[in-house]
Design a protein around this ligand. Sequence first.
Ligand code: ADP
Length: 320
Amino acid sequence: MKRIAVLTSGGDAPGMNAAIRAVVRKALYEGMEVFGINYGYAGLVAGDIRQLHHNDVGDMISRGGTFLYSARYPEFATEEGQLKGIEQLKKFGIEGLVVIGGDGSYRGALALTKHGYPTIGLPGTIDNDIPGTDFCIGFDTAINTVLDSLDKIRDTATSHVRTFIVEVMGRNAGDIALWAGVSGGAEQIIIPEKEFDMAEVATKITEGREKGKKHTIIVLAEGVMNGNKFAEELYKFGDYHARVTVLGHVQRGGSPTARDRVLASQFGARAVDYLKEGKGGLCLGIVNNEIIASDIIDTLEKGSHRPNVALYKLNQEISN
Ligand code: ADP
């Protein structure tokens, strides 16, 4: 292929800019032309497409968010929307597309693949909930952001001998809660993938106090329930006045970590390698520390995301 395009879609994630930069620079290095599509699938259908040059991605590697912007565009779930998108790509002479995004964005990439259009998906979401990869672009930055907050909350929790419930993002996945919880030394981690018993949560708080613990930090994945509801439920089991912190969108922002930048660079460059060879219909991942490509149809239709639940057990053994 000689002319390709890149778009970011759905929830933004730190490191998306680093991935776009890698796609652009690697494509230029290979003598290809590269186009940027603004506002995800909405911009694709509208033809909001422009050529990107070397300097367009200068000073981008350290910036959070996505300079191509993102959008939610439900119309892309319809065949009509998808065909309009392909029409635009053809109009610009674009032969292959790189989609950087989460689960929904991957569904769009899958649809394009099924219409025979060469597309490659790069996993970009702080939720880390994409099949076919151990880690997604943005996850490492997000867990470090949460960790920074947990360390601060620990200071105040200790000073007042308090219980804190910290609600973190992740949609239906517990990855953020698990990784941030273990690294932050949280006493308890509550994730959708593991059932929990509120009576046990309460007992553990009491046991911790009896052991001389000055605080209890409970990291709660948003996929379980919201923090205030959790605090209300906990209160039914005794005099537990838990403070609730909902971290919210701070988790999506910020300058990407070194790890996210490297991962984004590896994914972006590898996507160009495949498109140069004329190969699409793939999604990239990092599995056991190796960059891999899988068939996007198989991965999305048969694969599922599983967080590293061994971390859950580890935390129970070392943190309460
Ligand atoms: P994320 O990619 O972060 O999961 P969304 O779920 O909002 O975010 O999806 C991003 C965009 O992907 C949607 O706004 C829509 O344009 C497109 N999309 C979502 N689901 C589908 C689908 N089933 N088929 C085609 N496109 C889809």
